[in-house]
Design a protein around this ligand. Sequence first.
Ligand code: ZN
Length: 397
Amino acid sequence: MTDLLIKNTRPMGGETADILIRNGRIDAIGPDLSADGVKVEDGGGRIAIPGLVDAHTHLDKSLLGYPWYRNEVGPRLIDKIDNERAVKREYGLDAHVQSMRQSLQSVSYGTTLIRTHVDVDTDQGVAAIEGVLETRRQLQGVVEIEIVAFPQSGLMRRPGTLEHLDKAMALGADLVGGLDPCGMDRDPKAHLDAIFTIAEKYGKGIDIHLHENAELGAFSMDMIFERIRAHSMQGKVAVSHAFCLAASDWNMTQGLIDTCAELDVPILTTAPPSRDVPSLKRLHAAGVRFGAGVDGFRDTWGPYGNGDMLERAMLLGMKNNLRRDDEVASALYVCTTGGALAMERAGHALEAGGRGDVVLVEGETLAEAVVTHAPRKLVVTAGAVVARDGQSLRARP
Ligand SMILES: [Zn+2]
């Protein structure tokens, strides 16, 4: 927690102003601010935005720092899952080192808040959770990391996983994860009852991966809604991907979206170019909390990606056919303040009392900053400078 005065910026692309941060929070935004003894940074007239928010990634999966991974993995989901466990064993992948590498790369792009799903399975138990917890400890004050205990290899189909999931929560994971209760586990009732029971036991929320399409996804969503009502977990259960919300049956998807609004179910997208994704405009119109993330990148699942949430805002805009400047700015909102709200973090905005997370970006307007996503001039976390000219100040392992 630090004090900092950033002179000569354009908050959210508006009029020139200074931003004063005290004790890690924004104290004031206005013209010609001064503060005795406070460190000063010159914004150079650049646009200031809040810290970028990566609301869905996998810090333990990245192969950053390794030579290029030659991907020859089969087409099915289970091929990718089985292959990943084999590669982790072969490489002796260290979740702490990999999560440090990815987190610091994300910081260099201006991300100050991350929600990561971390694998829990019967091969490695909770080792990856422990590794990412250590990363979180070491990067305190640099980037906030929220951890979801994620049964990537399935829950019911791999007996013993549930016990590891329970242990992960006891160690300090923030949310319980889940994965395609029908498509992956083929036992939606047992899968969902298990994760809701653990969440209730630890008083934590849930963030479930739901890739299931159309009617199958809608069926799983309905079973999730039933349990939110039964456990009174309104506002505590998020759904990642939710591809079923992009199904062509408009009446079905509108019903699901309306229920997400009613039960306050945040939707988290990664806006993958390969899939139809939930509509930003429809979710915003219904009042559904909506965040975005880079998903896993440069891992055994696929070769693409770099961790840049400004680039992800562009992908979100492209997937949603957003062209007007105000529309592109709404995609950026999802990747900043909107994503933070989806993670139950209020005050992640450039306003007095808000968190002192500020990123200086290049461009005349917010839309240009998204489209060009040039290297970030300055990244500030809770008043501390953590990256400059596209480089995190802390070296990557
Ligand atoms: Zn994921």
